[in-house]
Design a protein around this ligand. Structure first.
Ligand SMILES: Cc1cc2nc3c(=O)[nH]c(=O)nc-3n(C[C@H](O)[C@H](O)[C@H](O)COP(=O)(O)O)c2cc1C
Length: 179
């Protein structure tokens, strides 16, 4: 089938890996959460995750100042909250209250876990060298939690850009290492 030229402004929607996550921070007893899909794995163990947080976001300020956050992985049931947290700012909205999200204390960082998400990662910023240039933070996961009932086949959200999402499908096995 003939392919057509594709706008550069939409390329991110082809590659964006997902799953969409909720990045939670806390400063001066004020918790905040933002939606994030621009992240990438960088190392197995300790797990390193690179992510782009725009300098316009309130979360940028709190993440840069506290150097701690949690990444919370929602399933499709939380889609309305995911979109909501990505379209308003913690500067003026208490998003936990506005979107009915339940904060739980984390074990290793001073930022809340989100109870409704099936997995939660407690992270510390381990490298800020690319922040000035790309708003790219490197996070090291200190502690991870999963709900085993969702873990086997989580119906995570994957952002395709401009209001379009894909839901993860079935899990199947195929050797990823050929010997
Ligand atoms: C599906 C989706 C994905 C998003 N991904 C990112 C992202 O990767 N990085 C980012 O800086 N903002 C991203 N945003 C935008 C922020 O979530 C948004 O600007 C939010 O209002 C910031 O909140 P804050 O000011 O409370 O930090 C995304 C929004 C949506 C809806």
């Amino acid at each position: 089938m003939a392919k057509r030229s594709f706008p550069l402004s939409k390329v991110y929607g082809l590659l964006e890996p997902g799953p969409v996550v909720l990045l939670a921070t806390e400063q001066r007893n004020r918790a905040n959460v933002m939606t994030m899909s621009w992240h990438t794995m960088m190392e197995f163990e300790p797990p390193l995750i690179g992510c782009v947080v725009s300098g316009r976001n309130f979360s940028f300020e709190t993440l840069a100042a506290t150097r701690q956050c949690t990444l919370n992985i929602p399933t499709v049931e939380l889609c309305a909250q995911v979109v909501g947290c990505g379209n308003c700012s913690g500067r003026s909205v208490d998003k936990f209250r506005a979107f009915g999200l339940t904060p739980l204390p984390a074990q290793r960082v001073a930022a809340p876990l989100i109870a409704q998400c099936f997995a939660n990662l407690e992270c510390r910023v381990s490298d800020m060298r690319l922040v000035k240039r790309y708003n790219f933070f490197v996070l090291e996961v200190q502690k991870a939690w999963v709900d085993p009932t969702f873990y086997k086949n989580p119906r995570t959200l994957h952002h395709r850009g401009r209001g379009a999402f894909m839901v993860a499908g079935e899990t199947f096995r195929s050797p990823s290492k050929m010997r």
